[in-house]
Design a protein around this ligand. Structure first.
Ligand code: 8X3
Length: 251
């Protein structure tokens, strides 16, 4: 894997950050993408000790910003070998009739359109080279709908569909496409979902050992380091205490 370049969206926290840290340790060059400039720079400082790193600050949901940012990459980072479509979030958790339409827009714009824009900007160079790897971070919410999950689940069902669609369309171009669908991972996820309500967020992970971002990073690294003829299509990963989107064995 030496000297491959990975492009990671949502790299400033959670699964994206843990993946960046693990990739760096394994000599993968990094394009770290996020909205929060200070966090991007901090992570760049940390990881530059071990690998080559550049950062791009943009919102995945802003089509023009996506294309401008990617076009601005320094030459040595322009060739992207591995795209990790990780940026995504849940905004709100409420019955469909009470849904906040700004939350709906945010989830569709970031989780679906953002993934599409970034992919659209990077895939042509992979097609041209007949080589590349895309890892889409889905969710158990993209396999199973749960009460009040409505639009978040719909956005992750879309990721699931796009993962399959990408694999079909890119098959003749030797590009591998994989999806990882985590259950409960302890990140900023619930804090964002509950709009900064730390108490509510803490309760989500209470009474069981949730997955940690590093657990998913390990799996992503495993997936992208299989021999060339091996493509892991789709993985659902739960903490041991979880049996479905809604069944959790809490103490
Ligand atoms: C995160 C998992 O079950 O909270 O995508 O939707 S869940």
């Amino acid at each position: 894997m030496n000297h491959k370049t990975a492009f990671i969206t949502g790299a400033t926290s959670g699964i994206g950050k843990a993946t960046a840290q693990l990739f760096a340790k394994n000599n993968i060059r990094l394009v770290l993408c996020g909205r929060r400039g200070d966090r991007l720079e901090q992570l760049k400082d940390e990881l530059s000790q071990v690998t080559q790193v550049t950062t791009l600050k943009f919102e995945v949901s802003n089509r023009e910003a996506v294309f401008n940012a990617i076009a601005s990459l320094p030459d040595e980072f322009k060739k992207i070998d591995i795209l990790i479509n990780n940026a995504g979030n849940a905004h709100g958790l409420s019955a469909i009739q009470d849904g906040d339409m700004d939350d709906w827009d945010a989830m569709i714009d970031i989780n679906v359109k953002g993934l599409l824009y970034v992919s659209r900007a990077i895939l042509p160079q992979m097609v041209e080279r007949n080589d590349g790897f895309v890892v889409n971070i889905g969710s158990i919410a993209g396999k199973e709908v749960y009460p009040n999950g409505n639009v978040y689940c719909a956005s992750k069902y879309a990721v699931n569909a796009l993962n399959k669609a990408m694999r079909m369309d890119l098959n003749q171009h030797n590009i591998r496409v994989s999806a990882i669908h985590p259950g409960a991972v302890e990140t900023e996820f619930s804090e964002v979902r509950f709009k900064g309500d730390k108490e509510k967020a803490k309760n989500v992970y209470k009474g069981f050992k949730a997955l940690q971002p590093e657990d998913i990073a390990d799996i992503i690294y495993f997936v992208v380091t299989r021999p060339y003829h091996v493509n892991i299509e789709d993985l659902i990963v739960y903490p041991t205490a979880q049996a479905s989107a809604t069944i959790l064995n809490r103490e």
